[in-house]
Design a protein around this ligand. Structure first.
Ligand SMILES: NC(=O)c1ccc[n+]([C@@H]2O[C@H](COP(=O)([O-])OP(=O)(O)OC[C@H]3O[C@@H](n4cnc5c(N)ncnc54)[C@H](O)[C@@H]3O)[C@@H](O)[C@H]2O)c1
Length: 282
């Protein structure tokens, strides 16, 4: 679908992939509805979007894990502007941890933001899109951890796998309504997440982990371009890097080798993030 003039809601618009997507959408003439829990960063995005001459129809901070807040935003947007054309679920948080080091609040936060967040938005916005009959697009940002059992990602991978599953269902359920669905699976991306990711390890190990991550990370603007391409061409699954495409191919075609690769990755991450391979308590 063409993006110019389309009413587009972006969650997580204050930083990283969400912000880069808002700016890329602005350049293509979308009418933007932006939100994030970070009010200051969101205001900054609003200024930059307006600087590109695009219209910001809605800009307010909220927590996507708070159903009442998302419902209130949806009511306000529907009353003022009608149904959305494009819903882009990008907000998310990350956690690296071995299962024995996690506290309950960490499980809850990952599930609440990464899974309930998109579900709240889908529940509150997609039925109106269906009833309007104008077609549209729903975008979910999953992760490499949505198709690969990455070590130290037990809760994060659970939420991101769930998004891939729900996206596949929506792809076929919404087809009859002319609503396309895309799920984006980024590898490492150089965003605010590199600083905000919670790593249950000691400080030196966290620094080492962050350096390793940034070294292989791509720019958020590149991911935003892939997101735009996915919406314009109605591509279902977009894996952002070649190494992950190969690993996913291996998973489907050659499980024994995939299993060896995952064993190696787990050993490598254990060695990088723990002292002498021993877990460090959070
Ligand atoms: N950076 C990566 O390497 C990477 C890799 C794979 C997937 N992803 C996914 O990409 C998405 C965007 O992440 P990013 O890398 O741009 O990180 P980021 O930290 O730069 O941006 C995430 C945004 O989400 C917002 N957010 C967090 N909790 C929220 C909440 N409860 N309610 C509303 N907004 C909230 C943050 O304030 C932030 O602005 C996430 O879903 C993440 O899981 C990122």
């Amino acid at each position: 679908m063409e993006i110019a003039g389309k009413k587009t809601l972006i969650t997580g618009a204050a930083s990283g992939i969400g912000k880069a997507t808002a700016l890329a959408m602005a350049e293509r003439g979308a009418r933007l509805f932006i939100t994030d829990i970070n009010a200051h960063g969101l205001e900054e995005t609003r200024r930059e979007v307006e600087g590109k001459g695009a219209e910001v129809c809605f800009c307010a901070p909220l927590d996507v894990s708070d159903y009442d807040a998302v419902r209130k935003m949806a009511d306000e947007i529907h009353a003022g502007s009608g149904p959305l054309d494009i819903l882009a679920n990008i907000a998310g948080v990350a956690l690296f941890s071995q299962v024995e080091d996690m506290i309950h609040e960490q499980w809850e936060r990952i599930v609440n933001v990464n899974l309930w967040g998109p579900y709240h938005a889908i529940e509150c916005f997609v039925p109106e899109m269906v009833r309007a009959g104008n077609g549209g697009h729903v975008l979910l940002v999953s992760s490499t951890a949505g198709i690969i059992g990455l070590p130290w990602h037990v809760a994060y991978a659970g939420t991101k796998h769930a998004l891939v599953g729900s996206a596949e269902v929506l792809r076929y359920d919404l087809r009859k309504h002319g609503i396309g669905v895309s799920v984006i699976l980024p590898g490492a991306v150089n965003t605010g997440l590199v600083r905000t990711v919670v790593i249950n390890a000691d400080e030196d190990a966290c620094e080492k982990g962050r350096r390793l991550f940034s070294r292989h990370a791509m720019a958020p603007e590149r991911v935003a371009d892939l997101i735009i391409g996915a919406i314009e061409r109605n591509k279902f699954m977009v894996i952002t890097s070649m190494d992950i495409k190969l690993l996913y191919l291996l998973k489907r075609t050659c499980p024994p080798i995939y299993c060896q690769v995952l064993r190696f990755m787990t050993w490598f991450l254990d060695r990088t993030l723990t002292r002498d391979g021993m877990p460090s308590r959070a």
